[in-house]
Design a protein around this ligand. Structure first.
Ligand code: PLP
Length: 384
């Protein structure tokens, strides 16, 4: 199956969920195994090797295999949230280890690094995501143990050059982890560019329906570091529930058409508003004007994703008014669902946020693109 999956395109892998058919019933969607425990054989072995549900449940198998196939990795572990997945990676480090991460990235994880990470004895440097020289200056051979990338990164959608940074990190002896939540493996496969581990908030595009909290880690290959991550997964216990796993697999079956449509809608919105008299700037890696466009073209295929940010003329007051006047875009956090969302990021992130106060983050859904453009046009008029 693994060899066959290597030849399949992502659309086929996801639609068929690798084509698994249940042995017992021939059902084409998988059964759920809510059992927390598995009967032991008289000789003390376990049928199938499964003992206890915390990491051993068969419901995980298909969803994990689909993600490994999509990312081109060898093993995937599912977590109770994206944060739980990220924290498992940080926990696999030793006190004193040095981590380099982007200055602008998913806010809650950066905050976690700075409080709990520092408390656990880790040290951090934060660099300009799109500036490979900045990464090179801060990755120190023998000292840096992990390089954390997020590309495109929340919420300015800066792009980092995964292969260039991975080369620098590997030469220094560091593990490269990429948060691929926004691009999804449909648009970027970080392992192809040298990443060691790929992380997802599967809450977002992978599930796609704003109704499951989940996370994942996929490794390029087995390693001592990965074994520590697996220990965090199975012993730390932040595993995904079986019902959520089942829903996640169902969500992933439509991933390719959702990402395609969201990317097309985001591009249409970005192009429509790029030179609009009421808009200061559109931040979208698909636009030539975006600082990371050239790298994005190199490492993203099939689109530039469904996330973009709008900086509105008229400052914070106008930005908040605009988001209040939107009817289709719902005022809510999160991203990657079928429905479009709009968010004033600076007020979510608080006073230490690097995000400008006139910025609105859009998670573009799969609605009709013209309806979404009209919604923003109407809101711009009403917010004058
Ligand atoms: N990474 C990115 C890019 C995110 O946007 C998020 C959540 O918004 C996370 C990680 C954390 O994921 P979760 O909310 O599933 O814990």
């Amino acid at each position: 199956m693994a060899d066959q999956a290597k030849k399949q395109s992502p659309a086929t892998i996801t639609a068929q969920a690798l084509g698994w058919v249940d042995d017992a019933t021939r059902s084409v969607t998988p059964p759920l195994y809510p059992s927390t425990t598995f009967e032991r054989n008289p000789d003390l072995s376990y049928h199938d090797g499964r003992c206890y549900t915390r990491a051993d449940n068969p419901t995980y198998d298909q969803a994990s295999a689909v993600l490994s196939a999509l990312e081109g990795g060898t093993e995937t572990r599912l977590f109770s949230s994206g944060m739980a997945a990220a924290v498992a990676v940080l926990h696999a480090l030793n006190p004193g280890d040095h981590v380099v991460a982007p200055k602008v990235m998913y806010w809650a994880l950066r905050s976690f690094m700075l409080d709990s990470g520092v408390r656990a004895g880790l040290t951090f440097d934060f660099v300009d995501n799109g500036d490979t020289d900045d990464w090179a200056q801060h990755i120190v051979a023998g000292k840096t143990k992990m390089v954390w990338l997020e590309t495109p990164a929340n919420p300015d959608w800066q792009i980092s050059d995964i292969s260039a940074v991975a080369d620098i990190a590997h030469a220094a002896g560091a593990v490269v982890v990429v948060d691929n939540t926004v691009a999804t493996p449909l648009l970027t496969r970080p392992i192809d560019f040298g990443a060691d581990i790929v992380m997802h908030s599967a809450t977002k595009y992978l599930n796609g329906h704003s109704d499951v909290l989940a996370g994942s880690l996929t490794t390029a290959k087995d390693s001592e570091f990965w074994q520590w991550v697996c220990k965090q997964h199975a012993s730390g216990g932040a595993v995904l529930g079986v019902f959520e796993t089942w829903l996640l697999l169902r969500g992933m079956r439509t991933l390719s058409i959702r990402v395609e449509r969201a990317s097309a809608n985001a591009m249409a919105i970005a192009q429509h508003f790029e030179n609009h008299p009421d808009i200061e700037q559109i931040q979208y890696p698909g636009l030539q004007s975006h600082v990371g466009h050239d790298i994005a073209k190199k490492q993203m295929t099939g689109g530039f994703g469904g996330m973009l940010s709008i900086r509105v003329k008229g400052g914070e007051k106008r930005a908040v008014a605009l988001h209040n006047h939107c009817k289709l875009f719902k005022r809510a956090t999160s991203l990657g669902g079928v429905e479009s969302l709009i968010e004033h990021r600076a007020s979510v992130e608080g006073p230490t946020s690097p995000v400008p106060s006139d910025l609105l983050r859009l998670s573009v859904g799969i609605e009709n693109g013209k309806d979404l453009i009209d919604d923003i046009e109407n809101a711009l008029k009403s917010s004058k």
